[in-house]
Design a binder for this molecule. Structure first.
Ligand code: FAD
Length: 395
């Protein structure tokens, strides 16, 4: 009988599982204490094939479809959601660069990005605009020789000072709206690019985040990733992928919280038995298990919908539901351990803080509700109106 080779996704998922168990989990507390990005770990992620998930094999990537590659973050999220988030952003930028970048850009950057030798991140948010990215003040002027001169400030830039290139969304005029938006990749060593002090975060301290300042930064036209007019639409597509990636990472977080609670509760003696013998505790953890199953089904359905007309709505459903479920799961599991749940070695407090962070990044829970609400209004418009009794609903 001939043995069939394992599917590529199975090999990559096994590599992600090993990376989470051997590289992230044993070291993440030290990374947080050191408050420094673990470059050796992301180099190892690159060597394991985790930094070019969706990029074509011709450029050194894994060539996985989004629906498969996104499952990697569930594995990484078991160990740390912030690390999973940072790699997901790198993978999305790498996918965009290899898919939409110029030939010159690909020749210069693609293999370094897919191999993880160089890291990329996405800079959209500005100090005055997070949920409302159209209100953007970063400006690019297109020069006669085709280069772009960029000035402005970005906020909440992850991997700040650590990434080698920043996929930056800018406006190219003062006309209100998004029709003049574009995305250009700014190398970290471009003259005029600088960063503010790193944000002081209570957790996930190893992920450097800061404001990014651009003062007359000149960038070659080779680095245009999304031309004028496509900046916002392309960014929203990237954000949809990011939203589902976060939901995937949250499932790993929920599994980690549940496993910690089960391993403790099955061992904690009380009332002549074990904590897990109590029906009330089984119900609490049973609800976590149900929400985990529902979350997995939802993010995988959303991942399958990416690139279809249903993609944005499904990504919004996943980003609305799953991080909320993860925060609830982390808090419930903390409660199951009683006082011990509050102690650092069990790691549950870290998971709660990560879940709260994952509710905010790449569009808050409320912004997902806005997307879902708009879709409900569209559906309502297709339905036969129900009569409202005379006298009701009139001014
Ligand atoms: C850890 C971390 C990493 C990040 N990394 C990056 C990065 O690498 N690159 C990048 O570009 N950005 C990054 N961000 C920014 C992130 O995407 C924004 O924080 C997010 O979009 C929310 O924007 P804001 O923080 O400005 O909140 P605001 O937009 O000020 O929102 C404040 C509150 O108002 C609510 N709200 C907004 N609009 C509505 C509405 N219509 N109805 C009801 N409520 C509403 C929001 O949900 C929120 O609760 C990161 C953020 C964090 C926390």
């Amino acid at each position: 009988m001939t043995e069939t080779a394992p599917a590529k996704i199975d090999t990559i998922l096994a590599a992600a599982r090993a990376h989470a168990a051997e590289v992230i989990a044993p070291n993440v507390d030290d990374w947080n204490r050191a408050a420094r990005w673990p470059r050796a770990a992301s180099d190892a992620a690159g060597a394991a094939g985790l930094t070019g998930l969706y990029a074509p094999e011709d450029w050194g990537g894994q060539g996985l479809p989004l629906s498969e590659g996104i499952r990697v973050y569930e594995e990484l999220g078991r160990a740390d959601g912030a690390y999973a988030f940072a790699l997901s952003m790198h993978n999305i930028c790498t996918f965009a660069g290899c898919g939409f970048g110029t030939d010159a850009f690909k020749a210069k950057w693609a293999r370094d990005l897919t191999s993880g030798r160089k890291l990329a991140n996405f800079a959209l948010t500005e100090p005055q605009s997070g949920s409302d990215p159209v209100t953007m003040y970063s400006r690019a002027t297109i020069n006669d020789d085709g280069t772009w001169t960029i000035s402005g400030a970005k906020a909440w830039v992850s991997l700040a000072t650590e990434a080698d290139i920043y996929f930056t969304v800018v406006k190219t005029s003062d006309v209100p709206g998004h029709k003049d938006m574009a995305m250009i990749a700014i190398p970290a060593d471009a003259p005029g690019l600088s960063f503010g002090p790193l944000y002081d975060t209570p957790s996930y301290r190893f992920l450097p985040m800061a404001e990014m300042y651009m003062k007359d930064v000149v960038v070659s036209a080779e680095n245009i990733i999304l031309p004028v007019g496509q900046g916002l639409q392309g960014s929203l597509m990237a954000i949809d992928i990011a939203r589902v990636s976060i939901a995937s990472g949250c499932c790993g977080l929920m599994q980690a919280a549940l496993d910690t609670a089960l391993a403790y509760s099955a061992n904690r003696k009380m009332f002549g038995g074990k904590n897990l013998d109590l029906e009330g505790i089984q119900w609490m953890l049973g609800d976590v298990a149900t929400e985990l199953e529902a979350s997995r089904l939802l993010y995988r359905a959303a991942a399958a919908a990416l690139g279809t007309p249903e993609g944005p709505l499904m990504a919004a459903h996943a980003k609305r539901f799953v991080p909320d479920a993860a925060l609830k799961a982390a808090n419930t599991c903390t409660q199951v351990l009683g006082g011990m749940g509050l102690l650092a070695p069990y790691g549950l407090d870290r998971l709660s803080r990560l879940a709260q962070m994952l509710k905010v990044v790449d569009g808050t829970t409320e912004i997902s509700r806005v997307v879902i609400g708009r879709s409900l209004q569209k559906r309502a418009a297709t339905l036969d109106p129900l009569p409202i009794p005379k006298g009701f609903g009139e001014a």
